[in-house]
Ligand binder design. Structure first.
Ligand SMILES: NC(=O)c1ccc[n+]([C@@H]2O[C@H](COP(=O)([O-])OP(=O)(O)OC[C@H]3O[C@@H](n4cnc5c(N)ncnc54)[C@H](O)[C@@H]3O)[C@@H](O)[C@H]2O)c1
Ligand SMILES: [Zn+2]
Length: 368
């Protein structure tokens, strides 16, 4: 049984996100249906070792000429160096304009392979086969592709929508539980943005998904992709509704940056904490009720994710966090842009947040 979610917007060719079990094994038939001249897998070394052969064999069984290039696992592979290596390999292999790139892996592989596909011969098709929860619910949908440079993350990239996304819940069985939880944070975020009933389910009956229960995961991925697809469909590039997907990310990104993007907090953990902070700040400003902020926090905690600065082994300084939130621009007496909440499932963009009020809030949260 699979579920298909259509992603469509004015500016790009509509495509299906297929969610279910056994999709790695069915990848050959799924890709062959798109009629490429051949299919070439881009993966990372960890994922290739676990799932590479399943997908390669499936493509071959469907009659597709195929092969695979791998990059080292980890964020460092979102680099010019690895982009060049992947593109060079596609040239050496003799791919043409009708060839298909198959991105098999987490968000790192999806972003890198997607950008390579966007650039190769001015753009060829690609299929996303996301193998992390984060990639299934977030990075594989929406068409953003990118690499990092020493000057910052995701600064070089392109919009390039996939032709199809194959989200195999079984692929998540080998994912370390901390990675599952981190993806769960983005799932919770989707509930907080626009579906209170879903959020309550995630913190209650569905909570087992956060530790890998496949039935709960499947339902969570389906609803999450529906929400992201709807928002992206309304607004592929603009900062309108799509900006709501940044809930928890301005606080979260500041925390990650202060920790030098190390191992102390994963991106998802930072987003979880950032969402809890956005709700508490909203409550402090009387935009939403304190009870609502507590309910948001309880749902996040139910997944074993952090909600308080005291959950993190680091002394944060309010001024440093504000500087990060302002994008390192001078924020004194300045204004910040934050996604704030009226209630769970009802959030909005405020481009005129008083940095001084946020500073006071951060000190109340335990920052120095
Ligand atoms: N394009 C977008 O819209 C978008 C959105 C959110 C995040 N991102 C990007 O996504 C990246 C993070 O993605 P991620 O969290 O998936 O990280 P990742 O791709 O680095 O994967 C995390 C780790 O899990 C391993 N792994 C992947 N699948 C596995 C599996 N099934 N079993 C065992 N191990 C597995 C990987 O080898 C890696 O070591 C960041 O670079 C971020 O910028 C992009
Ligand atoms: Zn995120």
């Amino acid at each position: 049984m699979t579920t298909t979610i259509l992603v469509s917007g004015g500016a790009f060719a509509p495509y299906d996100v297929v969610v279910g079990r056994g999709l790695l094994k069915a990848a050959g038939a799924e890709v062959a249906a798109l009629k490429p001249t051949r299919a070439f897998i881009v993966s990372d070394e960890t994922v290739a070792a676990i799932h590479g052969e399943t997908v390669r064999a499936s493509l071959a069984a469907a009659g597709l000429a195929t092969g695979m290039v791998t990059v080292p696992a980890g964020e460092a592979s979102k680099s010019f160096e690895q982009l060049e290596a992947v593109l060079d390999r596609l040239l050496v292999e003799g791919l043409d304009r009708k060839s298909m790139v198959v991105a098999l892996g987490g968000g790192v592989v999806g972003d890198l392979a997607g950008l390579a596909a966007a650039l190769f011969m001015r753009g060829i098709d690609f299929v996303q086969v996301p193998t992390t929860l984060l990639a299934q619910v977030d990075s594989s949908v929406g068409g953003k592709t990118a690499i990092d440079t020493p000057r910052g993350k995701n600064l070089i990239g392109a919009f390039h929508q996939p032709r199809r996304v194959l989200a195999d819940i079984e692929a998540l069985a080998t994912l370390p539980v901390r990675q599952v939880r981190s993806g769960w944070a983005e799932v919770l975020k989707h509930g907080l943005i626009c579906d209170a009933a879903f959020f309550d389910w995630l913190g209650g009956e569905g909570a087992a998904g956060a530790s890998g229960d496949p039935d709960a995961l499947e339902r969570a991925v389906i609803r999450s992709v529906e929400i992201k697809a709807q928002i992206v469909g309304e607004d592929e590039k603009e900062a309108g509704r799509r900006a709501l997907l940044n809930l928890g990310h301005t606080f979260g990104h500041a925390l990650e940056a202060e920790l030098a993007f190390g191992d102390t907090l994963t991106h998802g953990e930072a987003v979880a904490l950032g969402c809890a902070m956005a709700f508490r700040y909203s409550a402090q400003q009387s935009l939403c009720s304190a009870a609502e902020a507590e309910r948001a926090e309880a749902g996040i905690r139910a997944a074993g994710l952090p909600t308080r600065l005291s959950d993190v082994d680091h002394n944060f300084a309010a001024d440093a966090l504000i500087a990060r939130m302002a994008g390192d621009k001078k924020a004194e007496g300045g204004r910040l842009t934050l996604i704030l909440a009226r209630a769970i499932g009802d959030v909005f963009t405020d481009k005129n947040v008083d940095a001084g009020a946020v500073r006071a809030f951060l000190i109340g949260e335990g920052a120095a």
